[in-house]
Design a protein around this ligand. Structure first.
Ligand code: 4AZ
Length: 252
């Protein structure tokens, strides 16, 4: 499926306009994430390995295409998907991170009384499809992150993005056998283009800009016949809605 072994987000290009992914967040444990509520990020559950105490991996950065730049927040709570079990079976590799404060609004006292104000026009929430709609095979998706462009595991200083094509479940299962958990995963790839180490937890979006997945795993990066595997967001809409409603109660 993938015909080239160039490691480089592999084969990507720099994100020049911060408004292209105004919901992208970087978690200082070395993972991407997306802002889905004013004080809530969506990322991969496996990013918590070694950081089970939120204090040890607590900083997140939002609103910048530069690594560890932009608006800073702290992670105060990690909420792992209830069906995520172990790092060896990456089914439901999803987690929500509650932040110490809203990243998009702040509370003010003014003559009209207390109210919410915009903190930054640079940030907005990631659009998630509310209707459990699955991405289709052949869909052109776009993945974004500060992950390795050379398969070294090193992060890059400037945010990158790459186009990858969603494959059908059979192609994913052919590549990965039983490790491909069809109910909670999708896979995608293109010759010479892939997500890689350090991109985990970050968003993959469709042509309409809707986030459909989360960077999760793969064998190597951009290797022939080893597409990138992503957690499928439509498999967990009930859980996301439930946690956001319970944990993030901000107007508007
Ligand atoms: C990783 O180690 C990783 N090519 C992320 C994505 C992919 C492989 C590995 C997909 O975080």
């Amino acid at each position: 499926i993938l015909g080239d072994t160039t490691y480089s987000i592999i084969g990507g290009i720099p994100v020049n306009d911060p408004q292209q992914f105004p919901y992208f967040a970087f978690w200082s444990v070395g993972c991407g994430a997306s802002l889905i509520a004013p004080d809530m990020l969506l990322t991969a559950a496996h990013c918590q390995e070694g950081y089970e105490d939120p204090i040890s991996g607590r900083l997140v950065y939002l609103g910048s295409t530069g690594l560890k730049q932009g608006i800073k927040r702290r992670v105060v709570e990690m909420l792992v998907h209830p069906s995520y079990s172990t790092p060896t079976s990456l089914a439901y590799d999803m987690m929500l991170l509650k932040l110490n404060a809203s990243a998009t609004h702040y509370w003010i006292h003014n003559e009209a009384g207390e109210g919410w104000s915009r903190l930054s026009n640079r940030l907005s929430l990631a659009p998630l499809n509310p209707n459990y709609v699955r991405p289709q095979s052949g869909d052109e998706l776009m993945v974004v992150g500060f992950g390795s462009t050379s398969n070294t595991g090193n992060l890059v200083p400037h945010l990158q993005h790459a186009n990858v094509t969603k494959l059908d479940d059979k192609a994913c299962a052919d590549a990965y056998g039983g490790a491909y958990h069809q109910p909670s995963m999708i896979c995608a790839g293109n010759v010479g283009r892939d997500s890689c180490q350090g991109d985990s937890g970050g968003p993959i979006v469709n042509n309409d800009g809707v986030q459909v997945g989360i960077v999760s795993w793969g064998i190597g990066c951009a290797q022939p016949d080893n597409p990138g595997v992503y957690s499928r967001i439509s498999a967990a809409r009930w859980w996301i809605n439930d946690i956001v409603c319970r944990k993030s109660c901000y107007p508007p």
